[in-house]
Design a protein around this ligand. Structure first.
Ligand SMILES: [Zn+2]
Length: 360
């Protein structure tokens, strides 16, 4: 039995449910994250709007032919073999040869107790068939290699999936990527569209999500409430509502998804919008609930997990500036939000609030 958290995007579950995930893991419960819109949908190049909206700012990443490889640094002065026009501090080639001879002698002294010794080339050239560190792909900053490889594939979503995988590792959870294209790859542009009602032809991914969820045999499923109204969050929420609406469409004897389907409050949208009551969502969220199903608030005390939650969110480095303006303001906002939610339930410390479905 598993607790399945449905994330519209990589990072949503860590942001909204990190505290609960931490306490479930402490109790030894299984946690699986289903990240729905984690793909680029065949787009091979990013527009500057797409880049901004995905949290990567307007600065292009360096291709790895330029990043962190000293061989790509060009000399400030042209190499002057004759030494006639060299600046006074530049060594001539016979002085360099002398330096290399000194280095060889020093290496021999250092390694004198062994039957062999290592030489180092002051010209950064291979000696005796040894590979140069700069030519070894696993040397240097691994993260940079991954980032630039993602960029080479023109796939900024790869970076976000990577962050999600790190979080899953951190939270000892599993993560499944459905890789449906993010709204910015489905033609939504600008806040009015991105935070608006889904287009008529843009349907909630009910079948694919329902299939994955059923496969995991969940004890609880957590869907976003879509506070803030992001198109992708609405579509993910609508899958939850659809599951509550069609209990009999399932293979007999078919589980009753009420009591299993739960909704979470989308952070940081809930904080930005000072969300307090379901009525704050307007008719939008509660309206489509089936007539015989109701949802009621449940508070998860996350006082012992709030710092762990902050550490988890830190793993989403590509998003911190866009959402919070950095790591420190993120940590402050997570704490303030946790305290405010606890206050809504009359609790001390920090809390997250969930909305559990009940069949009437
Ligand atoms: Zn999201």
């Amino acid at each position: 039995m598993t607790h399945v958290f449905v994330a519209p995007h990589p990072d949503d579950v860590a942001l909204s449910c990190g505290g609960l995930i931490g306490s479930l893991r402490e109790l030894g419960q299984n946690v699986a994250i289903l990240t729905v819109f984690s793909g680029a949908g065949g787009v091979t190049d990013l527009s500057s709007y797409q880049r901004e909206a995905l949290g990567f700012g307007s600065k292009a990443l360096w291709p790895d032919t330029q990043a962190f490889n000293r061989a790509n640094l060009s000399a400030d002065y042209p190499i002057d073999e004759g030494g006639e026009h060299a600046p006074p501090w530049a060594a001539t080639s016979d002085r360099l040869d002398a330096t290399q001879a000194d280095a060889d002698a020093a290496a021999k002294r250092f390694w004198q107790r062994s039957s062999w010794y290592r030489r180092a080339s002051i010209h950064n050239e291979p000696l005796a068939g040894q590979i140069l560190a700069d030519d070894t792909p696993t040397q240097g900053a691994v993260l940079t290699t991954e980032l630039t490889e993602a960029e080479r594939a023109r796939d900024a979503m790869a970076i976000r999936r990577l962050e999600d995988e790190r979080f899953a590792y951190f939270a000892e959870s599993s993560v499944v990527f459905l890789d449906l294209p993010d709204a910015v790859f489905r033609g939504y542009e600008g806040d009015a569209q991105l935070l608006g009602v889904p287009r008529e032809d843009d349907r909630a991914p009910v079948e694919i999500l329902r299939q994955e969820i059923a496969r995991l045999e969940p004890q609880k499923i957590y869907f976003p409430l879509a506070i803030g109204g992001h198109v992708d969050h609405r579509l993910a929420r609508d899958v939850g509502l659809e599951m509550l609406r069609e209990p009999r469409a399932w293979v007999m004897p078919g589980p009753d998804w009420s009591g299993i389907v739960t909704f979470y409050e989308d952070f940081p949208y809930a904080w930005w919008e000072s969300f307090r009551r379901l009525a704050d969502l307007g008719d939008d969220a509660v309206g489509p609930l089936p007539a015989d199903v109701s949802i009621a608030p449940e508070f998860a005390d996350v006082t012992d997990q709030v710092e762990w939650k902050i550490s988890g969110i830190t793993l989403y480095a590509s998003q911190l500036d866009r959402l919070f303006g950095g790591r420190k303001p993120m940590a402050d906002t997570v704490r303030s939000y946790g305290r405010a939610v606890a206050g809504l339930g009359g609790l001390p410390g920090y809390a997250e609030r969930y909305w559990a479905s009940i069949r009437l």
